[in-house]
Design a protein around this ligand. Structure first.
Ligand code: DQA
Length: 147
């Protein structure tokens, strides 16, 4: 594996200043540096958008280029069937897609308890701050137990 797409949805460009009690004090630039330091030899292609169609187009790109995905869909998690259908194309093509969340949505407001993405994701990691991304990257880059 040489490249991983780390895709972030709406409002995650505000990390660092947005609700630091929930999301911490670090921004996406810091996250990129952490992931690069964790995985020498892996190209970390980290992106963020507030736009649903743009996020979908990046998932389409993941299918076309067969690139594994770490996806924090942010608020789209809870209601975007369009994003779910795009994510399903990734995993149905046999490409891993790990849904991540900085916070634990299940410990928060009721509307955050539903993810329309999880059932088409390869797996879900939530509640560990930026370590949610690091754990996802570890899983994507470790040798499979069974091949
Ligand atoms: C989030 C959780 C979502 O409920 C929220 O809308 C976000 C961030 C997280 O990383 O904890 O924007 O995905």
């Amino acid at each position: 594996m040489t490249r991983v797409l780390v895709l972030n949805g709406p409002n995650l460009g505000r990390l660092g200043s947005r609700e630091p009690d929930v999301y911490g004090n670090q921004d996406l630039t810091a996250l990129t540096k952490i992931l690069i330091a964790d995985s020498p030899g892996v190209e970390i292609d980290l992106r963020q958008t507030d736009s649903e169609p743009e996020l979908m187009s990046w998932l389409h790109e993941a299918v076309d280029t067969r690139t594994p995905v770490i996806l924090n869909p942010a608020a789209f998690t809870h209601y975007s069937y369009a994003l779910r259908d795009a994510a399903a194309q990734v995993t149905k093509a046999g490409i891993p897609l790990i849904e991540v969340h900085i916070s634990n949505p299940h410990a928060r407001e009721e509307f955050r308890h539903t993810s329309v993405i999880s059932s088409v994701a390869t797996g879900v990691i939530a509640g560990f701050g930026f370590d949610s991304y690091r754990l996802a990257l570890t899983q994507l880059t470790r040798a499979p137990l069974v091949d």
